[in-house]
Write a protein that binds this ligand. Structure first.
Ligand code: IPE
Ligand code: IPE
Ligand code: MG
Length: 228
């Protein structure tokens, strides 16, 4: 019998918050609030019921600054609220928190909070929850190349992978919720051989049953990595 795939690193493009709210006659901000709740339930499920070691969540892209200032401001406040609330869960479930992306564009207060939570949870070896914050794959690759340039390292695959924000091994599976079939500048290097799943469910409605079904499907996929 063929061995089944094991999923160690899952990434999710959490999309569809705004449309979910609009369909209910609510402001987009309500969709983002509901989406933050989904992060909590999906993270807990990954801790309790899966072998997933790393969960990387796309929360704010380098292009999301183009949105109206009121929405950007709301998202920043929501992130602060979310992190303060989740700190307890991180401690309780031994979750290591990490952030990728260029957070130097965030307020000093938010940067400090992110750093504090990273520091407080860095010894935990349960799940690592990675939030992609002001993240863009092109920006990540540019910063990695600049780092290598400054250290005059040899340019090879291992060195580039190491210089990226995401030294968490291979990315096994990417899920995008919300119905769009595109990558929107997420993890372009890491996705080379990941399996992809596009769900029509808006992120606020995405639940653990759907995730379990996607994981079950992933386990039975034939991954070739260019071989036979
Ligand atoms: C994803 O939901 C959350 C962020 C990008 C911050 P959207 O806000 O993109 O929701 P839609 O795609 O407009 O429905
Ligand atoms: C991708 O969603 C970014 C996040 C989920 C944070 P977007 O809603 O920003 O993507 P586009 O603009 O539809 O491609
Ligand atoms: Mg969207």
């Amino acid at each position: 019998m063929e061995t089944k795939n094991n999923i160690k690193h899952l990434a999710i493009i959490m999309d569809g918050n705004g449309r979910w709210a609009k369909a209910k006659g609510l402001p987009r901000s309500k969709g983002h609030e509901a989406g933050a709740k989904t992060i909590e339930s999906i993270t807990r499920f990954c801790v309790d019921h899966t072998d997933i070691k790393t969960l990387t969540l796309y929360a704010f892209s380098t292009e999301n600054w183009k949105r109206p200032k009121s929405e950007v401001d709301f998202l920043m406040k929501l992130l602060e609220r979310y992190l303060k609330k989740e700190l307890r869960t991180y401690h309780e479930h031994k979750i290591r928190f990490h952030a990728i992306g260029d957070i130097s564009k965030f307020s000093a207060k938010l940067q400090k909070l992110i750093q504090e939570i990273k520091d407080q949870t860095k010894e935990y070896d349960g799940l690592t929850q990675v939030l992609a914050l002001n993240y863009g794959a092109r920006d990540e690759i540019i910063r990695a190349v600049q780092k290598l340039n400054a250290t005059t390292s040899e340019i090879n695959e291992a060195n580039i992978a190491q210089a990226l924000d995401t030294p968490y091994g291979e990315l096994d599976l990417l899920i995008r919720t919300g119905g769009e079939r595109r990558l929107s500048n997420f993890l372009l290097w890491q996705l080379s051989y990941s399996e992809l799943h596009f769900s029509d469910t808006p992120w606020p409605d995405f639940d653990v049953d759907e995730l379990q079904n996607i994981i079950d499907d992933f386990k039975n996929r034939k991954r070739n990595f260019g071989g036979l």
